[in-house]
Design a protein around this ligand. Structure first.
Ligand SMILES: Cc1cc2nc3c(=O)[nH]c(=O)nc-3n(C[C@H](O)[C@H](O)[C@H](O)COP(=O)(O)OP(=O)(O)OC[C@H]3O[C@@H](n4cnc5c(N)ncnc54)[C@H](O)[C@@H]3O)c2cc1C
Length: 240
């Protein structure tokens, strides 16, 4: 089951995706991620698995009491394609190891821009957030204008390249926040849970929330079912 996760790719937003490149421990070792966490904790007294019931109980104890280092024994490596508006927030998470496609090296293509499905209204209560959608007629009109804006920006970018301008500078003509970039990311389960808690939350921007949710549903939960259960119980659920 977990072996099938490696190489799996899920679609996010209009042109984005997430692919799991690798997992530690690798499924071929026969040691599941949950068990790797338990085994790491039991090294304190030089032991390992004591059967599923005791193992799961220990894992729940670890997360409940924030004994976090055993959760660093599991690592996920992803390739992610997302617009810059998403990366702008993702790169703030310093515990990820990251490498990015270079816009100085690889030229952008005409379809490399994010087009939202709908236009969200500015929230009245939270200056940072959106709330609901603007009316349909305005939606279509704004999308048409956005596509026109992208087409004009891209035409100027190409004009620059044809005039011999370097890619690193020609990209100034591209609509910055919309450009799709591909990154490779590596993170351990402890720090991934921190990211997921912050970025799956309702206050997070939609364009990063959908990536966090897809990582959780499509990769984290299937790879670490006990940890996900404990995470929902002790981290996501507001404690009394
Ligand atoms: C809804 C929302 C709104 C936001 N709005 C803004 C905004 O308006 N402006 C803005 O600038 N940012 C904003 N941020 C980003 C936020 O301030 C954090 O930079 C981001 O969420 C990463 O969190 P982090 O530092 O906990 O995570 P990570 O960088 O992944 O770090 C994980 C943990 O490691 C520890 N750590 C890592 N590096 C250090 C260090 N150098 N020193 C001490 N401890 C460290 C901390 O305990 C930290 O919580 C927002 C985030 C969210 C979720």
């Amino acid at each position: 089951m977990t072996a099938d996760l490696i190489g799996k790719q899920v679609k996010v937003l209009d042109k984005g995706w997430i692919e799991l490149v690798d997992l530690l421990p690798h499924p071929l070792t026969g040691v599941s991620g949950d068990l790797a966490i338990v085994n790491a904790a039991r090294v304190s007294f030089m032991g390992e698995s004591k059967g599923p019931e005791k193992d799961k109980k220990l894992l729940f104890y670890l997360l409940r009491h924030r004994h976090t280092t055993p959760f660093e024994m599991v690592e996920f490596k992803f390739r992610v394609r997302a617009p810059l508006v998403t990366w702008w927030q993702w790169v703030r998470h310093r515990t990820f190891s990251m490498n990015s496609q270079s816009g100085r090296y690889t030229p952008f293509e005409e379809g490399d821009f994010y087009v939202p499905d709908e236009w969200r209204k500015q929230a009245a209560s939270n200056k940072q957030a959106s709330d609901g959608v603007v009316e349909n007629t305005t939606n279509d009109d704004l999308t048409a204008k956005l596509l026109d804006h992208y087409a004009r920006g891209f035409a100027l970018y190409e004009e620059c390249l044809q005039a011999g301008v370097a890619k690193e500078q020609a990209r100034l003509f591209l609509p910055g926040f919309s450009v799709y970039y591909t990154w490779v990311l590596k993170v351990d389960a402890h720090n991934l849970m921190h990211f997921l808690k912050l970025r799956m939350a309702a206050e997070a921007q939609y364009e990063i929330r959908v990536y966090a949710q897809a990582i959780y549903d499509e990769f984290f939960k299937p790879a670490l079912p006990w940890t996900a259960e404990a995470f929902e119980e002790y981290v996501l659920k507001p404690q009394a």
